[in-house]
Design a protein around this ligand. Structure first.
Ligand code: GLV
Ligand code: MN
Ligand code: MN
Length: 418
């Protein structure tokens, strides 16, 4: 990666940017509020069609890759490895209008504005709508970025299922993709990937400034914990003789939250799902299954947190005569982003009028996967009230515009060098 050490403020079409964010938020909007665009569903297809229209309107060469990522490309006059921006199109269930959508719509705006104002870049410049990041439908995540970075395992699409039992491979077929071709999505010619994203936490709002440059992305482990007790009659079995799996799982949940709290920021741990069996009002739960999401950006501290969680669950099970099994679903270590791309982003923020804060991301991002394949950087704008993964997720319009301007300035420096 080589860049010209200049940064200039690039004008963008603010109204088009904000209107497109509103339009995209209609795709997958839920009647009760919030958005759900799960991979390869009709809402997802409709959103991808809209994005494709915008890429074509911007006169970008548009194509869908082998897993459904949609790319818009401007061939550089000197070719070489590509400069890429973008983010994911999928959402969590009941998510907001900006997680993923901002980086994608702002990426299209930045690339289109550069193309309109400065013509052909010297370096190939692309914008990508990544098909899946959240893990909100299938028992996996980062599907789109992993396909690009050659991190998909053989037969993974056939093995991976959603809650209804549909395989990822069948879901691909339902939108006209052949899972056998997934490997064709691999890109080995990306020089730089830059992702603009909402912070999803309160740091920028509470402490400023209005832009953050991400230096590290936290490490996340997802575990499934199964607690086995004994189903019994809810009326006739005495409290003292019960082996209630849900009572055990509840004690474990409290212990998990307490451990992360005691470790202190930025350690976090969440029990996000729980189901019991046989799930009947008058039966003592015999089995409780729950998931844990535990994160820390420092690898040894994260290992410590995971060990403490395991020990606490085993102790809670022992005390209540329960059996506990812990299974790792996914383990994504912390990732350090490119210092050189961070420098480009800092210069772009200064061109946009402020000195950014260096920060660690507590959320996972496509950037952490693409960092294995390219020099990768991330830019954050504030989230109002630090809220995200909920319908209330929002960022002030002027911050959306500011972040997009800074992104455009960074891409100008990266893709238009002489
Ligand atoms: C995705 O947003 C994650 O951090 O899990
Ligand atoms: Mn998210
Ligand atoms: Mn996201």
């Amino acid at each position: 990666m080589s860049t010209v050490k200049t940064a200039e403020l690039v004008a963008i079409d603010e109204r088009r940017l904000l209107r497109r964010l509103d339009d995209l938020a209609q795709r997958g909007a839920l009647p009760g509020g919030g958005i759900f665009r799960a991979l390869y569903t009709p809402a997802w297809t409709s959103a991808m069609e809209l994005v494709t229209t915008w890429l074509k309107e911007g006169q970008l060469l548009t194509r869908r890759d082998a897993v459904g990522n949609v790319w818009g490309r401007i061939e550089g006059s000197r070719g070489g490895r590509a400069i890429v921006t973008g983010s994911h199109i999928d959402t969590v269930r009941g998510g907001g209008a900006l997680d993923g959508a901002l980086g994608l719509v702002a990426g299209i705006e930045a690339v289109t504005s550069l193309w309109e104002r400065f013509g052909r870049p010297t370096r190939t410049l692309e914008c990508v709508a990544i098909c899946e990041e959240e893990g909100s439908r299938f028992d996996t995540n980062f599907w789109g970025a992993r396909a690009i970075a050659d991190r998909i395992e053989p037969n993974e699409a056939e093995r991976t299922r959603d809650a209804a039992g549909t395989s990822l491979a069948d879901a691909m077929r339902s939108v006209g993709l052949d899972p056998a071709n997934a490997v064709q999505a691999v890109r080995r010619d990306i020089d730089v990937f830059v992702e603009l994203h909402i912070e999803q936490g309160p740091v920028l709002e509470d402490h400023g400034p209005r832009l953050g440059v991400v230096t590290t992305i936290t490490g996340t482990i997802h575990q499934e914990i199964v607690v086995r007790g004994q189903p019994d009659h809810a009326g006739a079995m005495a409290m003292s003789r019960r082996h209630d799996a849900l009572v055990g799982a509840s004690a474990m949940t409290l212990a998990i939250a307490e451990l992360a709290t005691r470790m202190g920021d930025p350690a976090v741990a969440t029990v996000g799902t729980i189901v019991v069996e046989p799930a009947q009002v008058n039966v003592v739960p015999g089995i409780a299954r729950f998931t844990v999401d535990a994160r820390h950006p420092d690898a040894p501290r994260r290992t410590e947190l995971i060990t403490q969680i395991g020990d606490a669950c085993k102790a809670a099970a022992r005390e209540r005569g329960l059996v506990v099994e812990i299974r790792t679903l996914r383990d994504r270590p912390p990732v350090t982003l490119s210092p050189r791309v961070a420098d480009v982003l800092r210069r772009a923020c200064r061109a946009a009028g402020l000195d950014p804060r260096d920060m660690a991301s507590g959320a996972g991002h496509d950037a952490q996967v693409l960092a294995a394949a390219a020099n990768t950087g991330m830019l954050f704008v504030p989230s109002i009230g630090g809220r995200s993964h909920c319908p209330e997720e929002a960022t002030a319009a002027e911050d959306v515009v500011l972040g997009t301007r800074a992104l455009a300035s960074a891409l100008r420096e990266l893709a238009y060098q002489q």
